[in-house]
Structure formats: structure tokens, C-alpha cells
Design a binder for this molecule. Sequence first.
Ligand SMILES: *Cc1c(COP(=O)(O)O)cnc(C)c1O
Length: 386
Amino acid sequence: MSTEKQEIESICVHAGRRDGNAGVVNAVQPSTAYQYLDEGEQPYPRYFNTPNQEIVVEKLCSLENASAGAIFASGMSAISTTLLTLARTGDHVVFQRSLYGGTYAFATKEYRHSGVDVTFADCEVSSIVDAIRPNTKLIYVETPANPLLDVVDLKRLTEAAKARGVITIADNTFATPINQNPLKLGVDVVIHSGTKYLGGHSDLCFGAVLSREELMQPIREKALLLGGNVNALTCYLAERSLKTLAIRVRQQNRNALRVAEFLEAHALVKRVDYPGLPTHPRHDVAASQMSGFGGMLSFELVDSVCPKTLVRTLRLITPAMSLGGVESTATIPYETSHKPIPVEERLELGVTDKLIRLSIGIEAEEDLVADLDQALGAMIDSKGAV
Ligand SMILES: *Cc1c(COP(=O)(O)O)cnc(C)c1O
């Protein structure tokens, strides 16, 4: 059914719906073997072409204003397949310095081993553009980025990249298609870890690449060789999750802003990183390209408070890796995602020992604030703050 003129909430629910179904829900078609088809017909569905995969792709294309796309077995499968397709030995790729750890590892290990030259730049457009060389094929950014919520000006970046014939890729995992549509801002390829907000319930692993046919066709060809395919049941659950994406993300936007404001005013908090706060260094850019600021935020505690003790004192917010679920979670980046990075390098990235990252869920905002309030209060009363 056509979703061209629908608002995003309706697209979440209806895009990809197969009319003529007896039920209002699309059927799961798990078959990986089909009876022989007549010559000239479509090949039998298995890799990247099953009915359930196509339904999810259709929904995501509608949400991101893409004309073509594919889903993968994980976000990393989406990222590695795309990066292996669009740059080869002898090419050069510019990456934003603050990146999801797996992407950073791919750039520094896999790319370098296969003879792709890599430069890291900070999130200023001028730094990224200055890094462009005659053999630069790709610019890869993540906005907002993990864990300090850096923001890249996508419109200015893509104008500069287009003028130089460089393809731009944006990881839109943190923003979600509800808050930001990079393709509308001129980006060529959008990537999602569906494991996070798109799945949204901390129980699915998948990824997505959304773009136009000219770029998707070689990505799909590479995907057939690498084989990061998603099964029908995961697709079915992803489709189901996407129906509530808009209402989940709107609630997460509201909750995160409230939590950010609470933390910013607290005496034991040195700094809060959230693009929705006017104190964020790129709040204006975020406000111009995002319709909501997302559910992710980080904050730095004053020196006297131990982040481990604080996280252990939380009752509602759960210490857990990953993000984007309906439940609020907390991580200490220096102990988890940034543990493998040498200390000096980590500090240069701004990831101190006092940093806590929150993924805000869909609970009631008063309960989230009350939980942080009691935990921070306990740090004042006890040895947490020495
Ligand atoms: C988690 C994550 C990924 C990787 O996704 P997986 O589905 O875990 O492979 C990529 N980018 C960002 C921003 C992420 O948070």
C-alpha cells in the first residue's frame, strides 16, 4: 500500500502491509526451499529476498525516504558489507573519530589490512573536508555519536562531499528515523543497528542499509557473498517492533530531555552531553537537523563520586551494555565499550573515568528522575563521595 502521503506514525504501522492477507498482520514465511519455478521467474527466496525481509525493507525505506535498502543479521554486518563494497585497495576513507567501537575496529583493522587508507577527523565539517584526498571514496559519520553525543552538520557536510564526488554514509542508530532523516539532508547511505531502537526491546539483532538502487545493487551483490542474512522470525518481530517506533522514540525523547535537565542542575554532575540541551556545543545544528533529540545521553560526575558505586545504587535504571530498549540502562564507557582503547587515546576522545552513559527507556519520567535522585543522594550521604 502507498505510504507516500502518510505521517510517520502511520508509516510505522502500515508500510509493508500486504493487502489481501486474511489477518491484519503479515504472515511469517520461514521457508528456505521452494518448489521449482518456471524459467525466468524470480530465484527462490533465501538470501536478502524473502517475503518477510522485503516487508521490513519496505517499512524502513518509507521511514528513511529511501528508494532501496537491505536488512542484515546485525548492525556490524550492515556496516562491514557496505564498507567492503564501496571502497577497495588504494582508496581512502575519512571516518569521524567518535564512532561505535565495532566500526572503529573495522576501520583500523580490516580496512588497513586490506589496503584501504583511513583518516579520522573530529566532527567539525571543516576537519572532515580537510581530510579529503584525491583518492577519497567515502566519508563515514555517526550523528549523534557514541558516547559523547557529538553532532555532525549533515547538510554542510554533504554539500562539500558532493562537490568533491565523495559518497557519504551516516550511522543513524542513535537518532532513529523518527528524529532524523539523513537522506533528506543529502547523505547517500544510511545505516542502522536495528538491534537498538528499531527492535527496541533488547531481544533482536539486525541491521539495515538504506540508499538508492545504484548503490544498493553492488551492496546486495557483496551481501550474497558475505551472507549476513536475517531469518523470517526476526523479520516478523522487527516489523512488529517498528509499528511502535514513533511512540517509543517520542517518549524516549521526552524522558531523556527531562533527565538531562535534572542531571545538569545536580551538584555532583560536572557536565551533561545531550544534543537537546542549549549547553551542548552543537545544539543549534542538532535543532536544525533533528526533530527530536533522542534517548541517549552521557554525564560526567565530579571527581569525588565513583561511577561504579553510583550505577550499583540505581534501582530502576539497569547497568547493561547495548541501548535503545524500552528499559533504561546505564554503562560506564571506560569499563566497557572503551576498555580496549589505550588510556591517553581514550582521554583524548573525552571518555574519562567519571563518564556514565544512559539509554533512556519509556518508563515514567518522574520514576527515572527519582531513581537518579536517590542514587546521587546516597553518594552525598555515604562513602560514594569521599
Ligand atoms: C550497536 C551499534 C552498532 C552495531 O550494531 P550490532 O547490531 O550490535 O552489530 C553500530 N552502530 C551503532 C551506533 C551502534 O550503537
